[in-house]
Write a new protein. Structure first.
Lengths: 193, 434, 313
């Protein structure tokens, strides 16, 4: 298990991403949608950072993508479900999706489909804390905390204080991790679904 | 053509009627046992090596349903007696609830003729007590007695009133050795019943029949036997209090006998939780306490015989919703194995008593003098040889035409190897010879 | 979770929590403009309803459709379930159609169990005879948890014809499993003897029980002739056990009045009582869709018997 990000790294990364968002997007019409179950906490933090910079309150929503996954019926048990709470209309807005780790891109594909069912955003941007490469779909992040090269068999985990007690990111070499958070690793799988 | 000369060598001969339990040779000639002893001379006999096998008197089923005439899609006399032979039976008593009902000599003759054609087991047809099993007018009992019938029963139905039973018992006393067998069930307590009434039936949402439905009629019937001095037999006992009543009646000298089925000795109402229709039987499988009492009653002789109540039903009838399926399980092919596996092996019953219940007692109650042993020179050779160690699983194909077995899928220890009837092999190496 | 949902004995307490939590998410889906998620796209759910029940069937149909599954309805009374065709033959036909899940309602207790022998898909019991109705119980547990915040320690009375009620059985088993305190109330002829074996208490005096309840759950009382051998008259039943306006007064503040529907207004419950705010009978209907979506999702969302093996890579 090696540490790739410590608490200070996370703090700085989030601050930098907040600046980048403010620079590139306008804050009116801007909303943050965090992908459960750690992206949502990151999204709330980003909103606080943006408020420090611009004196603007950017609304935050939480999106659970379990029902949009492409591996339903393929894992041993149905994927665990989290809460979706988006107290605003996404139609016409600039939605910045926020997630902890970008890997194959399938989670983001699912998130976009979910968003489309909720309305018609003007544009969708993607912010992630860690981009570990190995995309399986044509998806790219607009805002990245840190690029971390990994192998397929590695497991990258982001921790947030609200859930794990501290901030950081760890990589465990060699163990096949789930492509979707919350999915049980299936024995014999060398790579993600 | 005479029957072959056979020497069964080295079997453990268990003969409850003759008081024998030892390894011995048995020589069979001209339909009878010629000699029993150690190291017999084979002479010109065909030798059947029986090392490790048990040799016992052929089994006798005093309660079975061969379904012919009228329900040949479920079973015929031929398929049924073949199933019996494979199960080690040399004699069976088919019940009268055929179509037409066996309530006069002509139907009896028809059943006998079918049995003779099949020539697989001796058949002792049971005559109805009342015409058409309607429970009102007595059947042609005298005519059937002349035709050789000794046991009468309206089985399938209960004799509806004490008065009718009393009259029948009294009337039957005019004839020697006639027994009236009753299926004890108070219909007013059992209408629409699917299983035993108890917490299981409430949990499963199935209409139940309380033990009292049987017990109240057992009581009534015993009183009628006491009143008339007639011979009464109680079919398929299922509950503890019935066993007690029979025990007390016997102690009082009432001429009553009783039987129990293999499935009532093994299963309870809890086994119905999967809604397996093969366990839907009448009388229903009752509580663990009832099963305990039945086992004790069999062991101490209160219950005289094990009788299969072999009740074949067509596959499509049983593969239906639980409340639509007919009651009954087949049992001829598995009775001996069940007794060995579930009662003898765990030490609940000794082998001699089990064989007595499967052969000697039912032979005596039926008046089937050629069956039940003793296995001795001059006696007809009606024998079964079984391997008490052979492991097998109850599964199709069955020899019976039907396959509604309560024991489906169960592991058994003990299997019939040969069945000998009047000195001829009906079953050899587990397979029927015809 | 088990492959099938035939009885409340098929789920553990943990399973129940998971089902209720998942139902929360599906309730949220029900508030969206597009009340549909693609989770069960391409799957086929068959509603095999031998007993007429528009309400439950529609609830299941909506649940399946909101999961993007394809729905086939076999309802008796319509032309689909042919009279005389055996349950087995119907099952084999459904199997051939590739049904991933079969929701069955039938008047014979145990028919879902028979069905599992003949089909490979998942079987959900939508009510079998007088045996069980687990999805109703689960939606009732959902409603209770949502309104009262918990299930453990809840004091619940189930009032009425328990003997013939599949809802009463499922609900009792479910509540006891979740640590609630259940009392069955009704005439002695309508409560199974030995019911305490189920972990419940029994009372024949509803007035004694009402002041100590968190939930008063009323069962429909059948008034057909056969039932009348269990109590002398509908009037007497209503007098002794009916929830009328004056009885409602003895229920504690904040307690719930529930009924699985359809109601016999004036028998087990008075009309004006049914329409009180304490009565959550409407909620029970809304929650039904969410709970049924959760069940379909949890049963079909995993590999199970009918899914394919995931090949490594």
């Amino acid at each position: 298990m090696s540490r790739i990000l410590g608490p200070d790294d996370v703090r700085r990364a989030l601050a930098r991403i907040a600046h980048e968002i403010v620079e590139r997007e306008r804050t009116d019409g801007l909303v943050l949608v965090g992908i459960a179950d750690r992206g949502d906490h990151l999204a709330f933090r980003l909103s606080l950072e943006i408020a420090k910079i611009e004196d603007a309150e950017v609304p935050v929503g939480v999106l659970d993508i379990s029902f949009y996954r492409d591996d339903i019926g393929l894992t041993a048990e149905a994927p665990e479900v989290h809460e979706t709470r988006i107290p605003f209309d996404v139609t016409g807005r600039t939605v910045v999706l926020v997630d902890d780790v970008l890997y194959t891109g399938r989670t983001i594909r699912a998130a976009m489909d979910a968003l489309m069912d909720l309305g018609r955003p003007r544009r969708i941007r993607l912010a992630v804390l860690v981009d570990r490469g190995h995309r399986e779909l044509p998806i790219r992040a607009d805002f990245v905390g840190k690029n971390v090269p990994t192998q397929h068999g590695d497991d990258v985990r982001v921790m947030v204080t609200e859930v794990d007690g501290e901030d950081g990111a760890l990589v465990q070499e060699g163990s096949p991790g789930p492509a979707f958070r919350g999915a049980p690793a299936v024995a014999g799988r060398e790579e993600s679904a | 053509m005479g029957s072959p000369k056979l020497l069964f060598r080295g079997a453990r001969v268990v003969d409850p009627a003759g008081g024998r339990d030892e390894v011995a040779d048995v020589l069979v000639r001209d339909g009878a046992v010629a000699d029993v002893g150690g190291g017999l001379d084979a002479a010109s006999a065909e030798i059947v090596e029986c090392d490790g096998l048990v040799l016992a008197p052929g089994l006798v089923d005093m309660h079975t349903h061969l379904r012919e005439p009228g329900f040949e899609q479920k079973e015929t006399v031929e398929t049924g007696t073949r199933a019996a032979a494979v199960g080690g039976y040399t004699a069976v008593a088919p019940m009268a609830n055929t179509d037409p009902v066996a309530d006069d000599a002509s139907v009896i003759a028809e059943v006998r003729a079918a049995a003779a054609r099949a020539d697989l087991a001796d058949v002792f047809p049971v005559g109805a007590i009342t015409k058409g099993l309607e429970g009102e007018v007595l059947a042609e009992i005298g005519e059937m007695v002349e035709a050789g019938v000794r046991v009468f029963s309206d089985d399938g139905r209960c004799v509806p009133t004490a008065r009718t039973l009393r009259n029948a018992l009294t009337y039957a006393r005019a004839f020697d050795d006639v027994v009236l067998a009753d299926h004890c069930e108070d219909a007013s307590l059992s209408t629409g019943q699917q299983m035993h009434e108890g917490i299981s039936s409430y949990s499963l949402g199935l209409a139940g029949q309380p033990a009292a439905a049987e017990v109240s009629i057992v009581f009534r019937d015993i009183e009628m036997a006491r009143l008339t001095g007639g011979r009464l037999h109680i079919c398929h006992l299922s509950s503890a209090r019935s066993v007690e009543l029979v025990r007390r009646a016997k102690a009082d000298g009432v001429r009553v006998s009783a039987e129990v089925t293999p499935h009532h000795l093994v299963f309870t109402d809890e086994d119905l939780r999967t809604y397996d229709t093969n366990l839907k039987v009448n009388p229903p499988l009752r509580s663990a306490e009832d099963r305990e009492a039945l086992r004790e009653g069999l062991a101490d002789g209160t219950i005289d015989a094990i009788a299969t109540d072999h009740a074949p039903h067509a596959v499509e009838e049983k593969e239906a919703e639980f409340d639509r399926a007919p009651h009954g399980t087949i049992g001829l092919e598995t009775a001996l194995a069940v007794a060995l596996t579930e009662l003898v092996a765990p030490g609940l019953l000794d082998l001699s008593r089990a064989l007595e219940a499967l052969s000697c007692s039912p032979a005596r109650l039926l008046g089937a003098r050629d069956h039940g042993g003793p296995i001795a020179a001059g006696r007809p050779a009606n024998l079964v040889l079984f391997d008490p160690e052979e492991r097998w699983v109850v599964e199709p194909p069955f020899v019976s035409r039907s396959r509604n077995s309560a024991f489906m899928g169960r592991a058994m220890v003990g299997r019939v190897r040969h069945t000998v009837r009047h000195g001829m092999l009906m079953v050899s190496e587990g397979k029927a010879t015809r | 979770m088990n492959e099938h949902l035939l009885s409340m004995h098929d789920v553990t307490a943990e399973d129940v929590v998971r089902i209720l939590d998942t139902a929360e998410s599906f309730r949220e889906v029900g508030t969206r403009v597009i009340k549909k998620v693609p989770a069960l796209r391409g799957r086929t759910v068959v509603n095999l309803f031998y007993e007429n029940s528009t309400r439950t069937r529609i609830s299941f149909e909506l649940a399946a459709k909101r999961l993007s599954a394809d729905v086939i309805n076999f309802a008796s009374g319509g032309s689909s379930v042919s009279k005389g065709e055996s349950l087995k033959d119907t099952a084999l036909t459904l199997q051939a159609m590739g049904a991933d899940a079969i929701v069955i309602r039938h008047s014979s207790s145990g028919s879902p169990y028979q069905l599992t022998k003949w089909v490979r898909g998942h079987v959900l019991n939508a009510g079998d005879g007088t045996h069980e109705h687990p999805t109703q119980a689960l939606l009732d547990l959902y409603t209770m948890r949502e309104r009262l915040g918990r299930l453990e320690g809840l004091r619940v009375a189930i009032v009425g014809d328990v003997l013939h009620s599949r809802v009463a059985r499922s609900l009792s088993f479910g509540l006891v499993k979740m640590g609630a305190d259940v009392t069955l109330v009704g005439p002695a002829t309508l409560i199974p003897p030995d019911a305490p074996v189920w972990g419940v208490q029994v009372s024949h005096d509803v007035d004694e029980v009402l002041p100590k309840l968190d939930v008063c759950y009323l069962l429909r009382v059948q008034t057909e002739r056969q039932r009348l051998e269990y109590f002398p008259s509908v009037r007497e039943y209503a007098r002794l056990f009916g929830l009328n306006r004056s009885r409602v007064g003895s229920l504690p503040e904040g307690s719930l009045i529930m009924h699985p529907g359809p109601m016999n207004r004036g028998v087990e419950i008075d009309s004006d009582v049914a329409d009180l705010p304490q009565s959550v009978i409407e909620d029970q209907v809304t929650n039904g869709i969410a709970v049924r979506m959760a069940l379909l999702y949890l049963l079909l969302g995993g590999r199970g018997e009918s899914g394919e093996e995931v090949s490594g890579g």
